[in-house]
Structures are given as structure tokens and as C-alpha cells.
Write a new protein. Structure first.
Length: 195
């Protein structure tokens, strides 16, 4: 066992890797931007010599260069530090490896989201079409009731006319809603996330 090796806590690593990858995925080329000075592997590395978790120190102007180190417990005990190494190259290597592994999954997930979005649009359109059919049926029924009523009975005739007019307004509303629904274009290509 190499005293100067550090070991990754793989359970912790797996819990975090999708999050890390999602983070890295949003940043083209894995540029370290917008994360402050956070080291990629903070909390995930274990000292190969003493088994303690490695701490992260940041050197230089903020956000600072991360350094993984295991020295505090040993300094307290008056022992020499176990190890300390710059984090930038390790982070970069791990980040690119995560991207290599996760990028195909992220692309597949994005395509699946697009498929579900399109199915949702088609379903909304189908519901709007059914609503329009129902409202047209209701309006024709209201019209027939109005036409069939005894015009001498003015109170009833006025009510039936109001019902008919309300039914016609619902038809217009349903037409407008259907028109506002995107017409699905089955020939539209799926977005190219791999380009
Ligand atoms: Zn140590």
C-alpha cells in the first residue's frame, strides 16, 4: 500500500457522480466556472496511509487552486503529514473521465425528454379536439332545443337562447384552444445533441 496514494470513496463517488456530471455537462469542456473554489472530489477522497478523509485547502486568490491534503490530524499528534497534492490536475482527469462515461447517458436522457415532450403535445392536442367535438355537439343540441320550444313561452325561450349562445361561446373557446395547440410535425428531426 503506497503511503502517498489517496483512495476514492466509491460509494460517495457514485452518489455524487450524476450531480457532478450534470454540473460538468452544463459547462462546455468541463471549464471550472461558477463553482467557486469547490474541489471536484471534496469529501470523496480518503488518505491511503491513515484512512482519514482528505481535507481540501485553497491556495492563491479566490477561488483558489484546490489542494487535497491529510495533515491536520497528524499535525495535532505531532506526526509528519501523510500527503498533500494539488487538486487541479486530478480534478480535470476525473472530470473528463466522468464526462466520457456519462455523456452518452445524458444525451439519451435529453432525447427521451424530447420524446416525452412530443407525446405530451400530441395528447394535449387530442384532448383539445375531443373538447371541441363535445362543445359542438352541445351547441347543436342547445340550438335544437331553442328551435323546438314554444315561442309563446318567452321566459323558457329566452333561457334556451342564452344556453345556446353560451354553448356557441364555448365552441369558439375550444376552437381557439385547439388553434393555439402546436400542430405536431412528425417529420421534424429530433434535436442533435451529439453535434
Ligand atoms: Zn493520512
Amino acid at each position: 500500500r503506497d503511503h502517498h496514494a489517496a483512495y476514492i470513496d466509491w460509494a460517495e463517488y457514485e452518489r455524487n457522480q450524476m450531480l457532478l456530471a450534470a454540473n460538468a455537462y452544463g459547462r462546455a469542456g468541463g471549464q471550472k466556472s461558477g463553482r467557486g473554489g469547490r474541489a471536484l472530489l471534496a469529501g470523496m477522497l480518503t488518505c491511503g496511509r491513515c484512512g482519514r478523509g482528505l481535507a481540501v485547502a485553497y491556495a492563491g486568490a479566490p477561488p483558489g487552486r484546490p489542494t487535497y491534503c491529510c495533515d491536520r490530524p497528524n499535525l495535532m499528534l505531532g506526526l509528519p503529514r501523510c500527503l498533500s497534492f494539488g487538486g487541479s490536475r486530478v480534478d480535470a482527469a476525473i472530470a473528463s473521465e466522468i464526462l466520457r462515461v456519462v455523456e452518452p447517458m445524458a444525451i439519451e436522457a435529453a432525447l427521451e425528454a424530447e420524446r416525452m415532450h412530443r407525446e405530451g403535445e400530441a395528447e394535449r392536442r387530442r384532448v383539445a379536439e375531443l373538447d371541441l367535438q363535445q362543445s359542438e355537439y352541445d351547441a347543436s343540441l342547445a340550438e335544437r332545443r331553442y328551435a323546438a320550444c314554444d315561442p309563446e313561452n318567452r321566459l323558457i325561450a329566452a333561457q334556451l337562447e342564452k344556453h345556446w349562445e353560451a354553448a356557441l361561446r364555448r365552441v369558439e373557446a375550444c376552437r381557439a384552444r385547439l388553434a393555439a395547440t402546436d400542430t405536431p410535425d412528425p417529420t421534424a428531426p429530433m434535436p442533435d445533441f451529439e453535434g
